[in-house]
Design a protein around this ligand. Structure first.
Ligand code: ADP
Ligand code: MG
Length: 310
């Protein structure tokens, strides 16, 4: 089966499973515990989309990187090739895990997709717009309008309350203070922190701090949220809780999530896992999804099935 066939089928699978939620206002949804998450994964894998309205353009990739290379200079004649011609497409509303050994280029990839760094070669298109050729000022603008970040260490400002940490991201992007605070309140409700809005980070648990960071990442209605090991500092049950919160946000808003993780359970909770090795994609998870879809509709051999459809 050719890569193009796999891609086309993967889109069909997306349609079949209706994984793309409509972007719009965020309903107030309670944060889910681990049980909720498991129930949700089952629901999603079996295509019951009662909680989701379908719509939007599932065909358009929200992230399209093609042949991206990045090398770091270590000395006069010494380079590290962090990325060697990496190509990935991620569609709107997808929740994707990135896995791979340490040093395989995961963080470099996130920095490039997040417009924190530019590649040495190849192209990066976000939401239909080429960004690898932009200058610093434009990159900053795209980053603030299109991208939300969630970090392993939460990165909250210790002297600001939860609500001020979240509101600041909006004010920084030009939102009026009153509007920013109102939206921060809504977002903290969304991530299940309604009772803790006025607390300082030091008065919150790790899981609660990460909920604040998720709310902050959503402040400017980004198309894409990037997380570099967002559950890396959390215990197993708190990781599941945080994955549940991100999944609910993903479904409620259609925001695309790309999460670097070492945790197989986090990857299992995502729609697709991209595996990296030595600065390149080893497996982008598309073939597995096609097989899963065919097994869902009762066809045993996906290659045979493709022959029939072609
Ligand atoms: N700023 C940097 N300067 C020099 N080398 C770097 C820098 N950032 C990353 N690298 C190197 O690039 C490679 C990929 O790193 P990274 O993207 O951080 O991998 P991962 O996140 O998968 O662990 C590694 O060999 C790393 O040492
Ligand atoms: Mg890393």
């Amino acid at each position: 089966m050719s890569l193009d066939q796999i891609r086309t089928l993967a889109v069909v699978v997306d349609r079949h499973h209706s994984t793309s939620a409509r972007r719009g206002s965020m309903p107030n949804i309670p944060a889910m515990g681990p049980t909720g998450l498991k129930r949700h994964i089952v629901r999603r894998k079996h295509g019951d989309v009662s909680a989701v309205e379908t719509g939007g353009d599932t065909m358009a990739p929200v992230i399209q990187i093609d042949g991206v290379a990045k090398k770091y200079r270590l000395g006069k004649d010494n380079h590290v090739h962090a990325l060697r011609g990496t190509s990935i497409e991620i569609h709107k509303g997808e929740m994707v895990a990135i896995m791979g050994p340490s040093g395989s280029g995961k963080s470099t990839l996130m920095h490039i997709v997040g417009c924190l760094d530019t590649p040495d070669g190849g192209s990066v298109v976000l939401n239909g717009r080429r960004v690898d050729t932009l200058r610093d000022r434009e990159l900053t603008r795209v980053r603030s309008a299109e991208i939300g970040f969630i970090f392993q260490g939460f990165n909250l400002i210790p002297t600001l309350s939860a609500i001020d940490n979240v509101a600041l991201a909006g004010e920084y992007a030009g939102m009026a203070r009153r509007e920013a605070v109102a939206r921060a309140e809504e977002l903290l409700d969304l991530v299940g922190l309604a009772e803790r809005k006025r607390h300082l980070p030091s008065e919150l648990s790790g899981g609660q701090q990460q909920r604040v960071a998720i709310a902050r990442s959503l402040m400017n209605r980004p198309a894409i949220v990037l997380g570099d090991e967002p559950t890396g500092d959390l215990d197993t049950s708190t990781s599941e809780e945080i994955m549940g919160v991100m999944r609910e946000v993903n479904l409620a808003t259609g925001t695309t999530f790309v999460l670097v993780t070492h945790n197989p359970e986090v990857a299992e909770a995502c729609d697709r896992t991209i595996r990296m090795r030595d600065g390149a994609v080893e497996d982008d998870g598309l073939a597995g999804r096609v097989e899963e879809a065919f097994s869902d509709v009762g066809v045993i051999d996906p290659v045979f099935a493709t022959g029939c459809c072609a």
